[in-house]
Ligand binder design. Structure first.
Ligand code: ADP
Ligand code: TRP
Length: 315
């Protein structure tokens, strides 16, 4: 029996190379290894915390499905589906809500960050880790490939699984995160973590013009021989040995180094961009993939939920 792998990327805007190197690249490689039964889903109910426009939600969700397929997540080998199509996710999240305390959720990094900004926090944002635990635990997931910033969420899922098992008897498997340490955080054009919310990204399917604009905008620390932020990004696209020689030969020549980076990023993204454009021509086909995926995910999730309902005494 193969181990079960599940992960997802929120449809909250265009994915960027941080999402790719931090998480999506692992999706592709782990699927190709043929060692896992894979589920890649689109957490649209998680995105609803920030995307509150029907057109945008529809568009973004379909985009993530196209992105998955363009990167090589073959729907005949993995199950691709949308979270909102499988109602067991939100139903299980409610059951978990009754087991989780408010102070425990207040310790979540994402909650603390939102609180520090002083904005009013929705119940959806507060409960984010509970829905995510339901996403993971419904499928008896063994491994969850994610970027470093999601590690705490996997710990929440493990804690919630253990709490349920203690209260109602052995039901859930404890999932493990799969995080590549050296790829833990990809820096953005301003040197902070690359993130959709910081406006410092290089989109994963960027056009050449977009790549040029983003790379030329990388913040450099004047005076240093090696522009740290340019170097940090460059080593994602070329072996570090090559890079060292290039930067040694071009000490202080920021423009030349940025131009070299543009060429490397463009060479890397071009085939992905082309494959994506091809898949995007047939949106109907992508929707069929998601419908089929939902059917398969629903079968598995509803069997698990039935077991849970028996354990808690509502069935
Ligand atoms: P964002 O911060 O841009 O909104 P998400 O929260 O949607 O990104 O993250 C999707 C996936 O990509 C997660 O697994 C996350 O850990 C990973 N990820 C996001 N940004 C980075 C980054 N800069 N470096 C590495 N991984 C990242
Ligand atoms: N929280 C994840 C992110 O921001 C998205 C997500 C939701 C997820 N549910 C999940 C990832 C379950 C892995 C498994 O990237």
């Amino acid at each position: 029996m193969k181990k079960i792998l599940l992960s997802g990327v929120k449809p909250s805007g265009r994915p960027h190379i941080g999402n790719y190197f931090g998480a999506m690249k692992q999706f592709v490689e782990l699927l190709a290894s043929d060692k896992y039964e894979c589920y890649f889903f689109i957490p649209d109910y998680h995105a609803l915390n920030t995307v509150q426009n029907a057109e945008e939600m529809r568009h973004n969700s379909l985009d993530v499905a196209i992105d998955y397929m363009a990167l090589g997540l073959d729907p005949t080998k993995a199950t691709l589906f949308k979270q909102s199509d499988v109602s067991a996710h939100t139903e299980l999240a409610w059951i978990f809500d009754t087991l989780v305390s408010v102070p425990y959720l207040q310790r979540a990094h994402a909650y603390k960050d939102a609180e520090a900004k002083g904005t009013e926090i929705s119940m959806g944002t507060f409960n984010y880790p509970v829905l995510m635990a339901a996403d993971i635990l419904l499928y008896d997931t063994d491994v969850v490939p994610v970027g470093q910033d999601q590690k705490q969420h996997i710990e929440y899922a493990r804690d919630i699984a253990a709490k349920f098992n203690n209260t109602f008897g052995e039901t859930f498997k404890l999932p493990e995160p799969f995080i590549l340490e050296n790829m833990a955080t990809v820096p953005g054009t301003d040197g902070r973590k690359m993130s959709k919310s910081y406006n410092n990204t290089i989109p994963l399917f960027a056009t050449r013009e977009e790549i040029v604009k983003a790379v030329m905008g990388i913040v450099t620390d004047s005076g240093a021989d090696v522009p740290t932020n340019v170097y940090a990004m460059h080593k994602l696209f070329r072996p570090e040995g090559d890079i060292k020689a290039l930067y040694e030969a071009n000490k202080g020549k920021y423009k030349a180094l940025k131009e070299a980076l543009i060429e490397d990023i463009d060479a890397f993204l071009k085939p992905l961009r082309e494959r994506r454009a091809e898949i995007a021509k047939n949106e109907k086909q992508v929707m069929i993939v998601l419908d089929k995926g939902a059917e398969k995910a629903h079968g598995k999730a509803s069997a698990k939920l039935r077991d849970v309902k028996k354990k808690i005494g509502v069935l």
